[in-house]
Design a protein around this ligand. Structure first.
Ligand SMILES: *Cc1c(COP(=O)(O)O)cnc(C)c1O
Length: 817
């Protein structure tokens, strides 16, 4: 993309007053993601959670000079070098610009929509077609109202095919996507249940999706889903559909389909040719995705022999990024989604979020599926790495070695992963964030093994996307301006203090709350700047807290006086504190009778400023305690009203925890405090995204005969000849001892296996007699399939305890998709 300011003004049909001669090469909608500020046009978008207009000042400071906004603020007049395009709706303008940009290209565009499989079909088509043509495609799953424009911005003159995903979640969204993408060809992957709730019927949802193909020449549709197929024929006209399925009338007929070991052989007929194709998958979804790809390749008149050969080589698409602790205080970011250059920016942004202070290193292999001229490709890559501030580049592979001199900064290259490993001792890795991005054939897992901190095979895997989804779910229950505090006490309910705080800060929560000052200090030391409340501040830490800007929960006059003194010594004024009221929990907090003396203490004290007044509900998750809760809410209102009257400045009020947000939504006041729900467990059993998975692997398998005993105190008596597996997790890791002797089960190969005998400190035994297992197989202790809440019920405790007892020696691994 390359537009002058005047050209942009013309395309958006707005006036612009602007003295600079900026050339727009990039667009951005997220202040946290910039490639090169001086050439960026920022669209300030008002979302449910964020308002892009709030970031203009900081973007200007960082060098952005062109903004599309919907309201001009007089403040902007100080930004003399900036150009502002004032439009009625910034998303519409973004769409308008990208519609225009797309229209400048005449090579074919393939649009993919459907409920599942969009990204995989797109990635597979790229794998299949790259030897034949130059392809540009949506990065990752960029398929939304803002994802599609960002994808289209990647189109360039010398591409030969663009593959763009389109995803919708509600009515009316497809029109603008259709206009922008205007696909020549289409694939409808399938229609499932996702987002059903936003449509009056499945048919309505399908029709909305089909709008994408309004002007397409040919659309690939599976005819086995008869209802979908019939509607598609009605809406699009049968002659425009390229169908595949078991029906003899399909354009591509499936005669036979046999899965064996790891392959499926499909007998197909297209035109008058009958042929067998072998695909390297056996699950239903992958077979469907493959057939969509085959159908599209045939539509492009691809040679059948070529298809057969390349389909065999398809590889599963890994979308995830993994964050792990590395050797010598390094952080490792493993990017498994490594096939295109556009998505590298995403991985680097994630890496920078992990630490902005550590040195940034990237270890990267050749791109094996690129159709761009190598020199251009590595030029592009070098440019991205430079503007993103990567300090050290280690290239692995023949082609990257050839172009290594294009890269700025510290650099080194190796012809193979083995060559790197031989040199490993000499390359010191210390205090760095290291991004690993290797094409599969380079076997970067070997490299990851040497860089990873050696630890226990038992890990707690934490899904950062799930955390974001749950945060957004609770946000959706709140009014627009209700603030949110997230509880990260107790190591973020076991999921890791700093890493969780980082993702929350990135998602702009208003406050973080910790239990004790030390937790807050760790957060500050790792660069967290979000306001932090300390729930249980202890006297000895007051001066340190003031030093680090940690805000105390104040619950007694005595404590208030001591804190005031600490402020005196520090010479600080207007320090924010949070006043806790006891409305029925009878733990910490002021009761109504104490309010007059509290007021007296605060009135003539200019050291302190009340930032918030809050209380805590004792039984918001229990329907039987409703009366008690309502009484607490009443006392809170009365007591806080009295207190608020005494002060003429703005004070926030909050009382709801996770259960409260769900059950007593109308009492959200100015803020809520989210805890358990964020971590994937709803106190009221709402379905949330699973965040934590505790897993390990089998260390040993034994055959033990009937009537033998297993484990300490000979508790596990066997009633049959059994196969027993030993797993390296015990009560010291947080596998509760009460789950022993068959009370608890773990999941192996999707089957439940009961514990046998007592759980030991560092390991335990499970009965795998009926399961085909091998040493090294994965074992799930809790996660999606074994919910923490069920485990808690089995042993008469609460999910909070299960989560927070996973000991710190269990390595936390963070996953992002
Ligand atoms: C822990 C805690 C919360 C969060 O409670 P959840 O039930 O986990 O949502 C809220 N407020 C206070 C004061 C807490 O200590």
């Amino acid at each position: 993309m390359k537009y002058s300011i005047n050209e942009i003004a013309e395309i958006l049909e707005v006036q612009v007053k602007c003295s600079s001669n900026i050339i727009i090469k990039y667009i951005s909608i997220d202040s946290r993601r910039l490639l090169y500020a001086p050439n960026t046009l920022f669209f300030a978008i008002r979302g449910d959670v964020n308002n892009g207009h709030d970031y203009i000042t900081s973007l200007y400071k960082r060098g952005v000079r062109a903004f599309v906004i919907d309201e001009y603020d007089d403040l902007y007049s100080e930004y003399e070098e900036a150009c502002f395009f004032v439009v009625p709706n910034t998303i519409n303008s973004l769409h308008r610009l990208m519609t225009f940009y797309r229209s400048c290209f005449s090579y074919p565009v393939l649009g993919i929509t459907g409920s599942n499989g969009k990204t995989i079909v797109k990635e597979w088509l790229a794998q299949l077609l790259f030897p034949l043509m130059k392809i540009v495609r949506s990065p990752r799953s960029y398929n939304s109202q803002v994802g599609v424009p960002l994808s289209l911005a990647l189109l360039e003159d010398n591409d030969q095919l663009a593959i763009i995903e389109a995803g919708i979640s509600k009515r009316g969204e497809m029109n603008s996507l259709q206009k922008m993408i205007n696909p020549d060809f289409g694939i409808l992957t399938n229609i499932g249940i996702a987002h059903d709730q936003n449509f009056s019927s499945r048919e309505e949802k399908l029709k909305e999706k089909l709008k994408l193909f309004k002007d397409s020449k040919k659309i690939v549709v599976n005819s086995d889903d008869i209802e979908t197929f019939n509607i598609a024929c009605n809406v699009l006209g049968k002659e425009r559909i390229y169908s595949w399925g078991k029906s003899k009338d399909a354009d591509l007929v499936i005669y036979d389909l046999v899965s064996k070991d790891r392959h499926t052989t499909i007998k197909l007929k297209s035109l008058e040719n009958t042929f067998n194709i072998e695909i390297p998958f056996i699950d239903k979804a992958s077979i469907q995705n493959c057939l969509n790809c085959i159908a599209f390749l045939l539509l492009l008149n691809t040679d059948i022999e070529y298809i057969k050969k390349h389909i065999k080589m398809l590889r599963a698409v890994e979308m995830r990024l993994e964050i792990k602790e590395g050797i010598n205080n390094c952080i490792l970011v493993n990017d498994y989604y490594n096939s295109d250059i556009a998505s590298i920016e995403y991985a680097i942004d994630l890496m920078k979020r992990q630490s902005n202070t550590k040195k940034k290193t990237i270890i990267i292999s050749d791109f094996i599926e690129s159709t761009i001229k190598l020199e251009t490709l590595y030029h592009k890559l070098a440019n991205i790495l430079e503007v993103k501030g990567i300090d050290r580049i280690i290239g692995i592979g023949q082609s990257i070695s050839k172009y290594i001199n294009l890269f700025k900064g510290e650099k080194k290259s190796y012809l193979s992963t083995n060559e790197f490993l031989l040199d490993f001792q000499k390359l010191s890795f210390k205090d760095e964030v290291i991004l690993l991005r290797g094409a599969r054939k380079f076997h970067f897992e070997n490299l990851s093994n040497v860089l990873e901190k050696r630890a226990h095979r038992t890990v707690l895997e934490i899904n950062l996307n799930a955390i974001e989804e749950n945060l957004n779910f609770y946000r959706s229950l709140l009014k627009n301006n209700t603030k949110i505090t997230v509880m990260v006490k107790a190591f973020s309910y076991g999921s890791g203090l700093v890493d969780i705080a980082k993702i929350l800060e990135y998602n702009r929560v208003d406050f973080l709350a910790v239990a004790i000052a030390d937790e807050g200090i760790s957060l500050r030391n790792s660069g967290i700047t979000t306001p932090i409340i300390v729930m249980n501040p202890e006297e000895y830490s007051f001066s340190k807290m003031i030093d680090k800007g940690l805000e105390p929960n104040i619950y007694s006059i005595e404590q208030l006086k001591i804190f005031s003194k600490a402020l005196d010594s520090a010479g600080v004024r207007n320090y924010p504190i949070h006043i806790k009221l006891d409305t029925g929990m009878h733990r910490l907090g002021f009761i109504e009778e104490e309010i007059p003396s509290l007021v007296k203490c605060l009135k003539d004290n200019d050291r302190i400023k009340i930032r918030s007044i809050f209380s805590h509900l004792a039984g918001a998750d229990d329907e039987n305690l409703k009366d008690y809760t309502l009484e607490q809410l009443k006392i809170f209102k009365e007591t806080s009203d009295i207190l608020m009257q005494e002060f003429d400045y703005n004070i926030l009020r909050h009382i709801l925890n996770s259960a409260g947000i769900e059950a007593y939504n109308e009492y959200q006041y100015d803020m809520v405090r989210l805890g358990l729900g964020l971590y994937g467990i709803s106190p009221l059993k709402t379905e949330l995204s699973n965040v934590s998975t505790l897993k390990t692997t089998i260390s040993q398998i034994k055959h033990v005969s009937k009537d033998d005993v297993v484990g300490y105190s000979c508790k596990g008596i066997l009633s049959r000849e059994s196969k027993i597996a030993v797993i390296p997790i015990g009560y010291a890791d947080g596998f509760n001892r009460k789950l022993g002797n068959g009370v608890g089960s773990v999941l192996i190969k999707n089957k439940l296996a009961k514990t046998v005998g007592n759980i030991c400190m560092d390991m335990c035994m499970i009965d795998v007699t009926d399961i085909q297992v091998e040493v090294g197989d994965e074992v799930i202790i809790f996660g999606e399939e074994i919910p923490v809440s069920i485990l808690a019920e089995e042993i008469g405790t609460i999910p909070y305890e299960i989560l927070t007892s996973v000991s710190e020696r269990v390595k936390r691994v963070y996953i992002s998709e």
